[in-house]
Structures are given as C-alpha cells and as structure tokens.
Design a binder for this molecule. Structure first.
Ligand code: ADP
Length: 599
C-alpha cells in the first residue's frame, strides 16, 4: 500500500461527538471484517475531508495502526496513481511495476520481502476501492495490503473484496450523511441561540455583544468581527477588537464592506485562505493579497466573510477567522453562516426600528412638553390683563345713571370676560395636572364628603331643570388616596356635565362604592348621549361634540381632558358607556387609601 502522507494531521479531525464515535466504530468493524474474512494483514478506510483522504479506521497490528491512523493523502495523487490501475469491479489494482517516476511513495510501505512466485505481492502494490456517492462524488477509499498468503488476490478473494468494498461504500455514505446532518443541527442550534439572544436585545450594541460568543463557539472560530451599516450606507456600528479575537485595519474594513455587498447580492459567503488561493477567487487579486498579508501578520489561516441583510438590503458584515490548527470551512458551515446573516439582519432591522421609535418618542415627549409650557405661559400672560379688565368692568357697572345700551354692552363684555376666565383657568389647571414635575402628594380623601359638597353646589342648576338627582352611597366614608381639590374637580365636572347635557325632568344617578382596593364613582344620566365616534375623542383637549344639542350648551371642551389627567395621575382610570339619545355613564376607578382616616 502506498500512503502519501501530507504531514497534515489535525489534532481533532472530526467533531468529537457521539455520532463521530459511532461512525468510526462502524468503519472499524468493516475494516476488521476485511482482514479476518478475506485474508489480508491491513485494511484501511479513509474519508474525504478538506480535499484530502484522511484515514479514519485501520485494521492491522498495533504498530501499523499507529503509523496510519489520522494520516492524510492528497486526492489528486491517488487519482494520478489510479490512472494506471486494473479495474476489478469496485477495486482498483496498481502493480508496483506501473508506478510512474513522478509518483513517490512517501507514506507507509510494508516491510516485507516479496515471495519468489509469479503472482507475489509487492510492498509497493496498490489495491484500493474508491468509494463514491450516488451522485459520483468521491467520499473515501478502502485500501488493503499484506495478503496473508503473500500473493496478489485470486478470483475468489476478489469476489469477497468486491462485497466488502460495496458494503464499506454504503457505510461511508450513510455515516457521512449522518455526520453532515449532525453538523447542520449543531450549527442550526447555534443560529437559533443567536437569534433568541438577539431578539431579546433591542439595542444594537448589546445585540452584537450577545451573539459574539455564540458565533465563536458555534463555528469554532478564533475571532469574530461584526459591522452594521446605517440607513445611508455608512458604518453605524462595529463590534470587534478586544475580547472578540479580531481587530480589522481600515483598509480591510473597506474590503469587507465591498465583500458584504457582493455576497448579499449573490447570497453566498466568501472564504479567504492563506494556503488555498483557489478559494479566494471571488475577490479581486489585490484584495486577496491584502487579506492574506493581514492573515499572515496575525497568524491566522482563513477568514470567512458572511453578509448580514434583510430583503434586498445588505445591512452589515460578519467576519470569522480560524487559525491553522482549526478545521477548514465546510459547505454546511458556509450556508449556516449565510442563514445567520439573514437572522442577524432581521434582528438588526428590529433594533433599528426600535431605536428610531425610541428617538421619535423622545421627540414627541419634548414637543408635548413644549406645548404644555406654551399653554401655561400664554395662560399666565392672559390672566393678568383679564383680571384688570374684569376689575374695570366692575367699576364701570357701578357708575350711576348709565344708559340701557351701555349697561347691556357692559353685561355682554362681562359674560365674555367670564368665559375667557373659565378657559384660562381650565388651561392653567390642565397644564398643572399634566406637569410631571408637579406630582400629587396623596393623602386619604373621603370621596363621600367631597361628593356631598359637589351635590350641594350643583343642586340649584339641577332644580332649574327639574332634574331628579339620585345618590347611592354607603353610609360610611369611602376613602381614596389622592388630592382633595383635584378629586373635587373630577366629581364636579362629571356631575355638571350630566346636568348640562340632560333634558328637563330626567334623572341623574350618582353612585359611590368601595370595591376591594378601589373606590368606584359613577355618574349616569338620561341625557343626549354621545356617539361612538365622539366617545373616541371625548378626552382630548378642546373636544366638543359634533352633536348640535351638545354644542348649544356653553363649555370649553377642557373639562373631561382635565378629569382624565387627574384620574390617571392618581393611578386610576375613567371609562364611558353611552347610547346616543338615551344617556351616558362615566365611571371613575381610583386606588383606595389603605387606612380609614380621611381628609
Ligand atoms: P365641555 O362640557 O366644557 O364642553 P367636556 O370636556 O367636559 O367639555 O366635555 C366634552 C364634550 O363631551 C362635551 O362638549 C359634550 O359634547 C360631551 N359630553 C361630556 N359629558 C357628557 C354627557 N354627560 N352627556 C353627553 N355629552 C357629554
């Protein structure tokens, strides 16, 4: 047997897992079957890995096994040798006499003296079965040596060998397929872990940091470098350098950017390998040279470029490296890297959307703040001159002997000034209850007592419309936690609205109850009701109904906006149920005070 050792014996030729153990054990049994049943001293099974035939099972004595296990032969050298072979079914036999001068047997050669017979076995004889997949791809070889009888095999032995070669071929195909599946699963698990980790992270920085170790482990890589592009195509984020095993010089960053765009367009990864220039063919010559120089500088043997993207957009770059001691990139790994590029691309888009939304929310908050400040400032500025107008109006009204026209003009001015005062007061209150820097100082408040006062104040207007006000409250205090004045405002607004928007002779019912941790106040009227579309906008500032019956009543459109703000800053909520033409119920739920004492 000629064995062309390349001196390239990786520490760990296969992933050290269960499927690999089963794989080599199965092949070992077959190899032993060949030696025992067909009568040879050595049977050796190799499989193709990284363009080499690597010995994975040897049946022989210990010394030979040690010499052969894990060694590699170049496929090209073997194929060159086989050009001179006799075809014995699946087996190929190359008698030593035919070995060309340019083929040198540098590997293991048995130390035997050929017998002095015409069909004697010669130590340089080669008997080997190339094992192919159903698609004709070379997957491995079964090589045999040292016939026990010292002779080249006769017809019976060849028949047996044929059987074992076929069996070995099937075993190798199945085992490699299983191994490929196992590798795919391992990488898929890594990819899933990355996406899971990434989707929980909404900032790009933490997203990239969280995927780094998963990538390094999943791909058995020496270093990882990730770059993301911003909307305009510039670099928005780079994850690399200390702790990641890879720092890219600016020149290489430019190359990587170009590679990512190209790879995403063509939906593939690119590998640059210092030893295998063919693998680099997709990149330009200068680029390859620069990358190889860099790899040699940092003592790394290969670099994988995978694009990150979503849809038609390339969103960044994933670069992984491996040192000479680590295995070469397989097709399965390249396709897994591409899949991860898709997953990360989507996660980057999510993070980007989140960041944009976050910025937008900040902007809206600033705008809202500005609006509140504007309202507060303008209201203050209007209030002073208005107070002066009101004072002067009062003075003029007290002047004796004014004509009827003057008096009615003054009365009209007074009504307008009153209305302006109401709007300004409501605006000032709205900005006060809307101001996050002006939180309430909550105390226990007996809402029952507050409600009684509000009922007293509104009794006259209810009587004017001959309304019946029904009050359903428990006898004992109902204590909420909050600000008494603000809660007064809530009760007053709901009751005055109910009275205002309810026709004569109808009933308004006010209910107050403690319900567990809550205080529930409701106000039901038999009034004009509110349409569904109006209900959606009811709590907006300055909203006044489209219903002409409602518009006919005086109002600023600020009352319910104020009520909602107050209720919410108390940690409660307000709901409305209404039927146009039949009536409405407003229900306010507030947190109850833990103790019974009340303000
Ligand atoms: P205002 O009453 O000053 O107009 P509000 O903010 O208190 O302002 O109410 C907003 C609008 O909601 C009112 O203009 C009215 O159309 C409608 N509304 C409020 N309460 C009732 C109610 N009880 N019945 C019918 N419509 C109501």
């Amino acid at each position: 047997m000629t064995q062309h050792t390349m001196g390239n014996t990786p520490d760990q030729p296969f992933p050290d897992d269960w499927s690999q153990a089963v794989f080599t054990q199965g092949l070992q049994l077959i190899a032993e079957g060949v030696t025992e049943l067909v009568g040879f001293g050595v049977a050796c099974i190799s499989v193709v890995r990284n363009n080499q035939l690597e010995v994975v099972a040897v049946a022989a004595d210990d010394e030979v096994r040690e010499a052969l296990k894990g060694t590699s032969t170049s496929i090209e050298t073997l194929l060159a040798e086989l050009e001179h072979a006799d075809h014995w079914g699946l087996m190929r036999f190359v008698p030593h006499e035919r070995l060309g001068e340019n083929i040198q047997a540098t590997g293991w050669v048995p130390d035997i003296e050929p017998l002095d017979v015409p069909d004697a076995w010669h130590p340089l004889d080669l008997l080997i079965a190339p094992l192919h997949s159903s698609t004709g791809e070379l997957l491995g070889t079964l090589a045999i040596d040292l016939p026990i009888d010292g002779k080249r095999p006769g017809p019976e032995q060849r028949r047996m060998l044929e059987k074992y070669a076929a069996q070995t071929g099937r075993a190798v195909v199945t085992a490699l397929e299983r191994q490929r599946l196992a590798e795919q699963m391992r990488l898929a698990t890594t990819a899933r872990a990355i996406v899971r980790g990434a989707s929980a992270q909404l900032s790009l920085d933490s997203l990239l940091a969280s995927v780094q170790s998963a990538l390094t482990e999943g791909f058995g890589a020496a270093g990882v470098w990730i770059q993301t592009f911003d909307d305009g195509g510039g670099t928005s984020n780079v994850y690399g350098g200390e702790g990641t095993g890879l720092t890219m010089p600016p020149e290489l960053v430019t190359i990587a950017e170009g590679a990512a765009e190209m790879c995403w367009r063509e939906q593939r990864c690119v590998v640059v390998d210092v030893l295998d220039d063919d693998a680099n063919a997709q990149l330009g010559r200068d680029e390859r040279r620069r990358i190889v120089e860099f790899l040699e500088e940092i003592d790394i043997s290969s670099m994988l470029f995978a694009p990150l993207g979503a849809g038609t957009e390339c969103l960044g770059n994933l670069v992984l490296t491996r040192s000479a001691a680590q295995r070469d990139w397989t097709e399965v790994e390249l396709s897994a890297a591409l899949d991860i590029g898709h997953d990360l691309g989507r996660a980057i888009l999510n993070a980007r959307t989140f960041e944009r939304e976050h910025e937008l929310v900040q902007e809206l908050r600033a705008l809202d703040n500005y609006k509140s400040q504007l309202i507060a400032t303008v209201s203050h500025e209007l209030k002073n001159p208005l107070t002066s107008i009101m004072g002067h109006l009062e003075m003029l009204e007290s002047v004796p002997d004014l004509s009827g026209i003057t008096l009615s003009s003054l009365a009209a001015m007074d009504r307008a000034a009153q209305r302006l005062t109401r709007v300004i007061n409501d605006l000032l209150l709205l900005s006060a209850v809307d101001d996050p820097n002006n939180p309430i100082d909550p105390v226990p408040v007996d809402v029952h007592a507050v409600l009684e006062e509000v009922l007293d104040v509104n009794a006259v207007s209810a009587q004017r419309k001959s309304l019946t006000i029904r009050v359903e409250t428990p006898d004992e205090p109902v204590v909420a936690l909050g600000d008494r004045e603000e809660l007064d405002r809530v009760c007053a607004n709901l009751l005055s609205n109910a009275i205002k928007y309810t026709p004569e002779f109808k009933t308004v019912t006010v209910r107050l109850a403690a319900d567990g941790d809550c205080v529930v106040l409701s106000c039901t009227d038999e009034g004009i009701g509110i349409s569904e579309s109006d209900q959606e906008q009811l709590f907006r500032e300055f909203f006044r109904s489209t219903n002409p019956e409602a518009v006919a009543q005086p109002g600023t459109g600020l009352g319910l906006a104020i009520v909602k703000r107050i209720v919410e800053r108390h940690g409660g909520h307000i709901d409305v149920e209404s039927d146009l033409g039949k009536g409405s119920t407003f229900t306010v739920t507030l947190p109850a005070a833990p103790e019974t004492s009340a303000a």
